[in-house]
Design a protein around this ligand. Sequence first.
Ligand SMILES: [Zn+2]
Length: 392
Amino acid sequence: MMTNSVFPGPTAPLASRTARGIQEDGTDHALDAVSRTFTGSTVSKSLTPRSEPDFMLAEFITAMPKAELHVHLEGTIEVADMFRYAQRNAVNLPWGTEDELRAAYTYKNLGDFLALFWQGCRVLTTREDFYDLTLAYLQRAHAQGVVYAEMSYAPQNFLPRGITVDHQIGGISDAIAYAREDLGTDAEILVIVQRHRSEAEGLELLDLIRPHRDSVLGISLGGPETNNPPAKFARLYARARDEGYRLTAHAGEEAPATYIAEAINKCKVERIDHGYTAFQDPLLVTRLVDEGIPLTMCPLSNQRLQISDDLSTYPLAHYLQAGVSVSVNSDDPSYFGGYVNENFEALVTHLGIGKAELLQLVRNSFTGSFASSSQIGAGLAAVDKFEQFWNN
Ligand SMILES: [Zn+2]
């Protein structure tokens, strides 16, 4: 088994945390079983899933201070708001009622989901829409214990309809400023470059957002992954790096582990969004640990897109055991049935993880972020304080 002794940061190795005693239900054995599944020594699925996270654990999850690093603002439009935005912007929707829209939220794969997601983006038009959307997400995130969020969004969803980046980023930034002041939840913007479009279009996008350089923390790559490998955007990433952006990319969501390696090698990303398929290449998992490259995983998203048909073998447990800085995130929460805490609860239910793993995951959410070192330190201190409070 791999060790996480080289994992950077102030957190204790998993081995010592398990030695402190997780749950009485054999949680560490469960993690071992999943770990072996993904290192190939066994195909055991003999976990003992809980029916539901118990009440205390649900409360623990809500109260944990946490960062969310992988959430798409366009994916936070709740059903009722979809109709509200459509009405105020005179946009016709293909669904007559909220129930019809909810019924459409079943997906065969990523492409199937994106077709619906892009329909939903059509209701967002004005600066006010971007403000309202962002503030609504930050209020929900705040209620779930999120103290810092890196929120992605794809300007290319809106530019073809003539909606300027001034209106998009202006509305989002105003909501961030309000939430920072009023809620005490901090947030940053990551701009998604759509991978099904050309690199030239992506480079044009970098030109368009340059006047807002101070408002955009980083760049990611999103959209339909298969046949759109990271290397297609190597020049774009080189320029973004020169301009000082922090760099991440969606990789290994439904495409193989080679896409993850390519994002690291060709695009020099600091972090991987998803990274689900990393288990296909054990040497890559070791590299993620050795080089401190975090994964922002999204269990309910992977389940709803039929990437992971069984969360009881979800590879997050293996990555955690191996010492990868993996965090838990919601991706497109309104489309996938849960915000960040529902994702934590799904892991408790299906993987049987306990408080020690939950604390490691939220510590990873801070150390894996693009926040300043003082913000990361404050986040880790908040987790320490929470742990001490909970244990007393
Ligand atoms: Zn995503």
